[in-house]
Design a protein around this ligand. Structure first.
Ligand SMILES: [Zn+2]
Length: 252
């Protein structure tokens, strides 16, 4: 893709990241993302328009609120830069602008899910529906894989997770099941299985590590969706290469 498009994707990603910060704060509280401008969590003062520029405002204000001086979480510029980079990289990696745009929106949704589930242990239904709409558009108009691969993807990771949640009650949230269904529709069965296995292995390792440190032992649980989300973002870039390599290894 031409440089100008990549730069446009980067700038659009910075703004999308700024919007994700609002979602991450408001969705778990049941507030509307459109309900007025953001307020300082410390002093409650509405944040001025000129202090809402992604990344730049944080550094100009040196990470503090303009009116009360309370520290602003470094999560804000981090999410903005991360989303900007993901958008730019997808513009570079993807061959057509249509799939680059839809995969960028998917990556943004995954960033929101990762942060919200990490803090609140929920995967908001609104984000799942948003992903399903992206998946439906890719299934109908996408030319990167046969339609059947996306339809199989809808079930191939979500159904095993759902069965596991029935066998071991409390092991798995329905949020994780829905996340893997929507992710599978977007990524297709090969990449979603790759992401699912990668995410589960890393989550299991992290779970054992936390269990070893915590007084609750193995009962100490960790949120699963951030691992699944990170693995699906990884899969967006490297899933195809990794699954091709693996399938060739198997068939040799
Ligand atoms: Zn303040």
């Amino acid at each position: 893709m031409p440089y100008i498009v990549v730069i446009f994707f980067f700038l659009f990603g910075l703004c999308a990241g700024s919007f994700l910060n609002v979602l991450i704060c408001r969705l778990p509280l049941g507030e509307s993302a459109a309900a007025g401008r953001s307020k300082c969590v410390s002093c409650g003062r509405t944040i001025a328009k000129y202090d809402l520029v992604p990344v730049l405002s944080y550094f100009i204000l040196r990470g503090r609120c303009r009116s009360c001086g309370a520290r602003i979480s470094p999560r804000y510029p981090f999410v903005e830069i991360l989303t900007g980079l993901l958008f730019a990289l997808l513009a570079i990696f993807r061959k057509d602008i249509f799939s680059a745009a839809l995969f960028s929106l998917f990556a943004a949704a995954l960033v929101a899910v990762a942060f919200i589930d990490f803090r609140h242990r929920i995967v908001p239904n609104g984000i799942v529906v948003f992903m399903l709409i992206i998946g439906a558009a890719l299934t109908v108009f996408g030319k990167d894989m046969p339609r059947s691969e996306r339809i199989i993807g809808l079930f191939c990771a979500s159904v095993p997770l759902f069965v596991l949640s029935l066998i071991v009650p409390g092991s798995m949230g329905m949020g994780d099941v829905k996340l893997m269904a929507a992710g599978g529709l977007i990524l297709g069965w090969k990449i979603v299985l790759f992401s699912f296995i990668t995410g589960s292995v890393i989550a299991a390792a992290a779970g054992l590590f936390v269990a070893g440190k915590s007084r609750d032992g193995l009962r100490a649980s960790i949120p699963f969706a951030p691992f699944l989300s990170a693995a699906m973002i990884f899969g967006l870039f490297f899933g195809e290469a990794a699954t091709d390599w693996y399938l060739r290894l198997l068939l040799r």
